[in-house]
Design a protein around this ligand. Structure first.
Ligand SMILES: Nc1nc2c(ncn2[C@@H]2O[C@H](COP(=O)(O)OP(=O)(O)O)[C@@H](O)[C@H]2O)c(=O)[nH]1
Ligand SMILES: [Mg+2]
Length: 176
């Protein structure tokens, strides 16, 4: 069986780290040395029962429309799309707009995609602010869903559990 997963989101949100940690067993500390990913990159994980194709789209490609025509066609063939959001981001608004645009294109290109949003780097707490993480997730989620609705974008892919709070320093990324 084969599962194809595409990761996208801003620069330095943690896409390469997640792939390296989960599928290549890289220690979390070693991800500090990962270089920026210059171009869309596919890595394949093989086990006896399962092949997982991981496709990272670098943050500098702020819209799927900027993909090469060949990569744009690949969007149709992937099963799962995971948006990685760095929880340390202070102003979420531009990111919500970017995500809306990505999401809109997906609904047109790929009628069956599954969608997840990883609120990542949740191990880092924010100075002088108590429990900012849950609040940031709720605000992001609410704004994003309202925007989808206002724009009349098909929200089929947004099931109840599309958001997940993650970091590579505990088991959150491997569980569930
Ligand atoms: N504290 C913390 N740092 C992380 C986590 N995930 C990734 N990082 C760090 O974030 C930085 C950017 O990661 P990278 O994977 O290159 O991001 P990408 O540009 O989205 O591929 C690296 O220094 C990682 O060590 C996490 O869960 N917690
Ligand atoms: Mg990367």
């Amino acid at each position: 069986m084969e599962v194809k997963i595409c990761y996208f989101g801003a620069k330095r949100s943690g896409k390469s780290s997640i792939i390296s940690h989960v599928f290549q067993g890289m220690k979390p500390e070693d991800t500090l040395k990962i270089e920026p990913t210059p171009d869309p990159r596919i890595t394949v994980y093989d086990s006896r029962l399962l092949r997982i194709v991981n496709w990272e789209i670098p943050g500098k490609i702020e819209s799927f429309e900027k993909l090469s025509p060949k990569d744009f066609e690949l969007l149709k063939t992937f099963d799962i799309f995971i948006y990685i959001y760095d929880l340390r981001t202070n102003d979420s608004d531009p990111h919500i707009k970017t995500l809306k645009n990505y999401f809109k294109i997906l609904t047109i290109q790929n009628p069956n995609f599954h969608f997840y949003c990883f609120f990542h780097q949740s191990d880092l707490d924010f100075p002088h602010m108590w429990n900012q993480i849950e609040e940031r997730i709720t605000v992001f989620r609410t704004k994003f869903e309202n925007m989808i609705q206002q724009e009349g974008i098909n929200s089929r892919a947004l099931d109840q559990k599309y958001t997940k709070r993650t970091n590579i320093y505990d088991l959150s990324i491997k569980a569930g």
